[in-house]
Design a protein around this ligand. Structure first.
Ligand code: ITT
Length: 194
C-alpha cells in the first residue's frame, strides 16, 4: 500500500484525514517518522504555509508528504482570523480563547457569514500539487456541541440544518467540510493510476 506523510502536529486533523482517506493508502504521522520538530509556518497565506510545512518534511526527511493549512474567514472581520486562526486569541492552539475572541468581536453584528478554507500542498518527488476545499457557513452566537475541534462549536455550515460542526458526527462533517473536500481531491489525484 502506498505510504505518505501528513505533516501536521494537530492530532484532530490526522484523525479526520485517516477517516476520510479510508483504506486507499497509509497516512504516516510525524510521530511515525520520528519527527518532533516545531515545523515553521510563518507565511502570510494558507497556500504559503501549506507549502512551507510540506517542504520542511521533504527537505529534512526526504519523504513524499502533504500538509494542510486551514483558516476560518469571517466576512464582517475582513477575513479574520484567516491564516492566523490557530493563534487568534493570543495563545497558539487555545481553541477556547480563539472562540471567545470571535464571539466578542461579533457581539451585536448581524452579518455572521464565514467560511472554512483548506489548502493542501502535496510534494511527490520534486513535484508540488495543491488542492483546495471550502465550506460556507455562519458564526453562531454561542457554542453548540462537543464533537470536532477548533472553531467547530461556533460554525454552522449553510448546507446543514442549523447545527454546528460540533453537533455532527465525523462522517457528517467530513462529507461537506473544507478538509473533506480538499482531501477528496487529494485522494482522487493519489489514486489516479489505480
Ligand atoms: P498544523 O499546522 O500542525 O497542521 P494547526 O492546528 O496549526 O496544525 P492550521 O494552522 O491549519 O492547523 O489551523 C488553524 C486553526 O484553525 C486550528 O488550530 C484550529 O483552531 C482551526 N481549524 C482548522 N481546521 C478546523 C476544523 O476542521 N474545524 C474547526 N476549526 C479548525
Amino acid at each position: 500500500m502506498k505510504k505518505i506523510v501528513f505533516a501536521t502536529n494537530n492530532a484532530h486533523k490526522l484523525q479526520e484525514l485517516r477517516q476520510i482517506v479510508g483504506e486507499d493508502f497509509e497516512i504516516l504521522s510525524l510521530a511515525d517518522i520520528g519527527c518532533t520538530d516545531d515545523i515553521p509556518e510563518t507565511a502570510d497565506t494558507l497556500d504559503g504555509n501549506a507549502l512551507m510545512k510540506a517542504q520542511y518534511i521533504k527537505e529534512h526527511y526526504g519523504m513524499d508528504c502533504f500538509s494542510d493549512d486551514t483558516g476560518l474567514e469571517i466576512d464582517a472581520l475582513g477575513g479574520e482570523p484567516g491564516v492566523y486562526s490557530a493563534r487568534y486569541g493570543g495563545v497558539a492552539h487555545d481553541s477556547e480563547r480563539n472562540m471567545d475572541k470571535v464571539l466578542m468581536k461579533l457581539q451585536g453584528v448581524t452579518d455572521r457569514s464565514a467560511r472554512f478554507r483548506t489548502v493542501i500542498a502535496l510534494i511527490e518527488g520534486d513535484k508540488v500539487t495543491k488542492f483546495e476545499g471550502k465550506v460556507e457557513g455562519r458564526i453562531l452566537t454561542e457554542r453548540h456541541g462537543d464533537e470536532g475541534f477548533g472553531y467547530d462549536p461556533i460554525f454552522a455550515p449553510v448546507e446543514a440544518d442549523g447545527r454546528s460542526f460540533a453537533q455532527m458526527t465525523a462522517q457528517e462533517k467530513n462529507a461537506i467540510s473544507h478538509r473533506g473536500r480538499a482531501t477528496a481531491a487529494l485522494v482522487k489525484h493519489l489514486t489516479r493510476d489505480k
